[in-house]
Write a protein that binds this ligand. Structure first.
Ligand code: G3H
Ligand code: ZN
Length: 286
């Protein structure tokens, strides 16, 4: 199997993006892996600190190993990790990538702590890729009443991207380019700054990762992949699909108590949602 680094390079050369989908349990994991497998595409499973506490780091690692043994091109990422200890746990557990999220820190402290993370990952010698975040993308994958404060005022600049990568040697950079974590309850699409992505890709010199993919227009997502975002993250829409599928199953049979029945509907909804996004990221026409 290609390494994640090789898969990202291949995606970048083809100007497409690899899908990164967050999961909280094995049903969602199986759904995402099945969607990618049926399209013969690589996929990244993302688990935030909260998701992996619930799921269990060991449990996820075992599932990924089993999927790979079954011929699936699946990678594992420790999504938004705020503590160095959390990063160390993921590196030691064999994750393919980790994201150190120091976007709430000052630019200087973000650089300092990210450098520490990069040094740890490189010293361990497992080939773990390190991603870091510069700028404001919001924090939670949830349904929002209003956009996070100052969303569009703190977009990443070319100078920041270039200095940050130069001083930390990160493998990938997550910039703020107009998207946000979560989705507005009342609808409304964030506008992705495509021109900025092109400039940042050049300035950073490493692959860019687009966070906050849920809620953006299809056209913006395709353009972001073409402009240099080699990985695109989706979480909120996966969560919404799972819950709606389960709700529909329970609405159809309010007395149902067999989890394998009502959870199956949620799982199918996650697979359908993942398939939709994977086709979009890979430029596969309907
Ligand atoms: O890291 C996770 C993603 O950036 C999720 O963003 O919830 O808006 O899809 P989203
Ligand atoms: Zn994110």
């Amino acid at each position: 199997m290609q390494t994640l680094k090789e898969a990202i390079e291949a995606a970048h050369d083809s100007r497409i993006a690899i899908g990164h989908f967050n999961v909280s349990d094995s049903n969602q994991f199986n759904a995402v892996v099945a969607a990618a497998g049926s399209l013969n595409l690589p996929v990244i499973i993302g688990v935030s600190e909260g998701e992996r506490t619930f799921f269990g780091v060991h449990n996820i690692a075992v599932l990924v190993a089993a999927a790979r043994a079954d011929g699936k091109q699946v990678y594992l990422n420790a999504d938004h990790t705020y503590s160095i200890d959390g990063i160390k746990e993921a590196v030691d557990a064999g994750f393919d990538a980790v994201i150190f999220d120091g976007s709430h820190l000052s630019f200087e402290d973000n650089i300092k702590q990210t450098r520490e993370v990069v040094e740890y990952a490189r010293t361990k010698g497992k080939g773990t890729l390190v991603e870091a975040e510069v700028g404001r993308i919001g924090t939670s994958s949830k349904l929002l009443d209003v956009p996070p404060e100052d969303m569009d005022k703190d977009l990443t600049t070319a100078e920041e991207a270039s200095q940050f990568v130069r001083e930390t040697s990160v493998d990938m950079l997550a910039p703020a380019v107009g998207t946000m974590h979560g989705r507005l309850k009342g609808g409304g699409e964030p506008k992705i700054d495509i021109a900025r992505i092109e400039v940042l890709r050049e300035a950073a010199g490493v692959p860019l990762v687009l966070h906050g993919g849920s809620g953006s227009s299809d056209a913006d997502i395709i353009a972001a992949a073409k402009a240099g975002c080699s990985i695109i993250h989706i979480n909120t829409d996966i969560r919404v699909a799972y819950r709606k599928g389960i709700e529909a199953a329970l609405a159809a049979n309010a007395d149902e108590i067999a989890p394998y029945k009502f959870l199956a509907e949620g799982t199918k909804a996650v697979q359908d949602m993942t398939t939709k996004y994977l086709r979009l990221f890979a430029g596969i026409q309907e």
